[in-house]
Design a protein around this ligand. Structure first.
Ligand SMILES: [Zn+2]
Ligand SMILES: [Zn+2]
Ligand SMILES: [Zn+2]
Ligand SMILES: [Zn+2]
Length: 452
């Protein structure tokens, strides 16, 4: 009778998926319970709503809390079978004929009380076997969680990579058009030079796309390895406590070292190719601009952070914001509605900077909302050791080398457009299409400064 009852209990503590004891059990909305790891693997590729593996009832949620009561019951059952195993005559201490109830953390062997007190084990960490088993199980679960997070991180990176690749291809096409238009504007220039420029860029583009493929393949390979490791950990979590207590060291070492280097994806960047005579042509429109005194510009910090999030990868999106500095800004004493003007700015010592023009209304509402409507700006945003260039209206990420210090801005009110130049390289960073704006605009710049 009693064994029939315990048999029935034990069956209830089994997972429908792996058929072993429930490990870190979670109870989903229909009331059925599974191991967390089993559910993770079985729902991995499915979108919400997911289905209960047992009764097929849909669930709107993938993450559940541990069912503590169930977890406790499983651990009682597992401890009981561990005790049953240890108290059998053949597993008793050979010397003292006593049941081994103590675990030595140093030698990872089971001991009876007398052995544990012996000279050989002086200074060792010893604890009751049940407690040791529970502790090891918790370590194993933590390891599985950390591994799973890494698997998710790679998955996000792979998805981001494919989006980045498409954006990069679009950028190449956009840039080709833009460069061609710029060459055509100055008819005196030879057609040959234009073709050479485009050819050079295309070769570089092909090279980058090849790197994208390599990076993607590497991520997929790594993801596969981590998944195999996760399966291995799961299999270990299903082993009886006797096995668990003695077999974890090697598996932990491998799992940890595998998580050390997670491939992070590519930050492609095209070289800033020179266009001969570009800066000289713009310089003929050089205007003497006067700017307001620099002052603290509070909204700039939010704006930079919005663009930082727009340009970097998923796992960077909750990195702490740059807090150790302030943003200074200024705009022209004069606004423009007609004519052509060229001016240069030097951003040598700043980590985040922005240059361009903006409308009256943007300047007026600047502290009320984080908005770029009415601001035609080139942003250089820093994240870790990397810089990204972006322009607003619409937001475009530019996969082009960042200017070292001097940036040229060319405002053409007649055509309603704006160009940005990398002066040192005599290269075009970006030109807004003609007719981008028709209103009065103010020259504007801002930069971040570290407060010492
Ligand atoms: Zn399971
Ligand atoms: Zn169900
Ligand atoms: Zn003994
Ligand atoms: Zn010992």
């Amino acid at each position: 009778m009693e064994s029939g009852l315990s048999q029935a209990f034990q069956e209830e503590l089994n997972c429908f998926i792996c058929m072993s004891y429930l490990t870190d059990p979670v109870t989903i909305s229909c009331g059925h319970s599974f191991c967390r790891a089993c559910l993770r693997l079985s729902w991995e590729d499915s979108q919400l709503p997911v289905q209960c593996p047992m009764c097929r009832e849909p669930s709107q949620q993938k993450n559940f809390r541990t069912n503590i009561v169930l977890k406790k019951l499983v651990s009682i059952a597992r401890q009981a079978s561990l005790m049953k195993y240890l108290s059998s005559e053949e597993h008793q201490c050979v010397t003292h004929k006593e049941t081994k109830r103590i675990f030595c953390m140093e030698t990872r062997i089971y001991l009876c009380q007398l052995c544990s007190d012996s000279h050989m084990h002086r200074g060792h960490r010893h604890c009751p076997i049940e407690a040791a088993a529970e502790g090891e199980m918790e370590r194993l679960l933590q390891q599985m969680t950390s591994l799973w997070e890494k698997i998710q991180e790679i998955q996000e990176n792979v998805e981001a990579e494919s989006i980045f690749k498409i954006l990069f291809i679009d950028y190449l096409l956009m840039r080709e058009d833009m460069i061609r238009m710029e060459y055509r504007k100055w008819r005196a220039v030879l057609r040959e030079e234009e073709e050479e420029h485009i050819e050079h860029m295309k070769i570089e583009g092909i090279h980058v796309l090849e790197k994208f493929r390599e990076s993607e393949a590497m991520m997929i390979q790594k993801s596969k390895q981590l998944r195999e490791m996760f399966q291995e950990l799961r299999a270990m979590s299903q082993e009886p406590y006797v096995v668990l207590l003695q077999g974890l060291d090697d598996i932990f070492r491998r799992s940890k070292s595998m998580q050390l280097s997670i491939p992070q994806g590519l930050e492609p960047e095209l070289a800033a190719l020179p266009m001969i005579g570009l800066t000289e042509r713009f310089k003929s429109f050089k205007a003497r601009l006067f700017f307001e005194n620099l002052f603290m510009f509070l909204c700039m910090k939010d704006l930079f952070n919005v663009l930082r999030r727009a340009s970097f990868r998923p796992q960077h999106q909750d990195t702490p914001e740059e807090t150790c500095g302030c943003y200074l800004a200024s705009w022209g004493l004069q606004s423009f509605i007609s004519g052509k003007y060229y001016w240069e700015l030097n951003f040598k010592a700043s980590w985040d900077w922005v240059a361009g023009v903006c409308t009256d209304s943007w300047l007026k509402t600047r502290n009320k909302a984080v908005d770029t409507k009415g601001a035609f700006l080139l942003f250089c945003v820093k994240e870790g050791n990397h810089y990204s260039l972006l322009t607003t209206n619409p937001t475009i990420r530019h996969y082009i080398e960042k200017p070292l210090d001097r940036v040229g801005v060319f405002l053409d009110c007649e055509a309603g457009c704006l160009s940005f130049l990398n002066i040192a390289k005599s290269s075009l960073i970006y030109k807004y299409p003609n007719g981008t704006f028709s209103h009065r605009v103010w020259p504007f710049f801002s930069f971040g400064q570290i407060i010492p």
